[in-house]
Design a protein around this ligand. Structure first.
Ligand SMILES: *Cc1c(COP(=O)(O)O)cnc(C)c1O
Length: 302
């Protein structure tokens, strides 16, 4: 994988307050390997390919709407490496082609193994079994979080990010916020917006970053992947007002919580805040299919 030449804009979101808020558009880094996933995969893939493995293969794990699955499939296609996705939910075996994420991953050449939720939870055993079956493969953990992933995040923090007081990101498995924490400047405070109701995340992030400059805040809004009416309305209003598309699982939840905090004066006057748009826009298609079935308001796209 190369360091992309695309310029990542840092866009101001105008506020009626003495607070400056900017959005760093990591979603624009690559059309299919969006946002933080590009950098989380960067050293994992490059270290693997540097060993010139025979019969290379990428294996990874994810749910039916996973941005990480979509990213690994697209990357495999681009780098010409076969990919195998271990997907949670046996029932998808029969109907995966109705799922936009899995359909796109398949179009990018990914093969699937569907496993029951119970087996999926036993990831250590699953990983060992796949390692025995495919000894040459690179097995990337769910969400791509490991030490290499954390180190890749440093590329999201170029010089022009150093003047901000706060760095904000959505949190799933914690690799991205750990990387931001690890590579933040001395005076910067890192805020992670948890989209998963998981009390072990604080320890996970500290283990990876080894710094105490971060704080994790609740932003799951009913649970991981759950989409509330307020969430949809916020995303649609944000799009109409600032012409930037947010996703319902990560960046929409982060920005809504961040706006609430700004309104309630969490940040001292004069603060400069940088939020990372980590991408995930492919997930909107799957979300809208569900919302349509439930006869609910859709997320506007395009
Ligand atoms: C995966 C993902 C995250 C969370 O990243 P972690 O490193 O797993 O915490 C945030 N935003 C988007 C859009 C993602 O796809």
């Amino acid at each position: 994988m190369k360091i992309p030449t695309v310029q990542i804009p840092i866009t101001e979101i105008p506020l009626e307050k003495n607070i400056q808020l900017f959005l760093k558009r990591e979603d624009l880094i690559h059309p299919h390997i969006s946002g933080n996933k590009y950098w989380k995969l960067f050293y994992n893939i490059n270290n693997y390919l540097a060993k010139s493995p025979e019969n290379p293969l990428l294996i990874t794990f994810g749910g039916a709407f996973s941005n990480h699955i979509a990213a690994v499939a697209a990357l495999g296609k681009e780098e010409n490496i076969p990919t195998l996705g271990i997907i949670r939910g046996e029932e998808l075996q029969e109907k995966w082609c109705e799922n936009p994420t899995l359909k796109l991953a398949h179009d990018n050449g990914m093969q699937f193994r569907f496993v029951t939720r119970e087996d999926y939870r036993k990831k250590v055993i699953l990983t060992r079994n796949f390692f025995e079956e495919f000894p040459n493969a690179l097995i990337i953990p769910e969400g791509g979080t490991n030490e290499n992933a954390v180190n890749g995040i440093q590329h999201m923090l170029p010089e022009e990010t150093k003047s901000f007081d706060y760095l904000c990101t959505a949190v799933g498995t914690g690799g991205t916020v750990a990387g931001i924490s690890k590579f933040a400047a001395e005076n910067q405070q890192v805020l992670g917006f948890k989209t998963v109701d998981d009390s072990s995340l604080n320890d996970t992030v500290f283990e990876l970053s080894e710094r105490r400059n971060f704080k994790l805040l609740e932003a799951h809004d009913g649970g991981y992947g759950k989409i509330s009416e307020e969430n949809i309305r916020f995303i649609n209003n944000f799009k109409a007002k600032f012409d930037i598309q947010l996703d319902p699982v990560y960046t929409g939840k982060m920005m809504r919580q961040l706006f609430t905090m700004i309104e309630s004066d969490y940040f001292p006057p004069g603060s400069k805040i940088l939020a990372f748009h980590t991408g995930g826009l492919q997930g909107i298609f799957g979300a809208n299919e569900l919302l349509k079935k439930q006869k609910r308001e859709l997320i506007k796209i395009g």
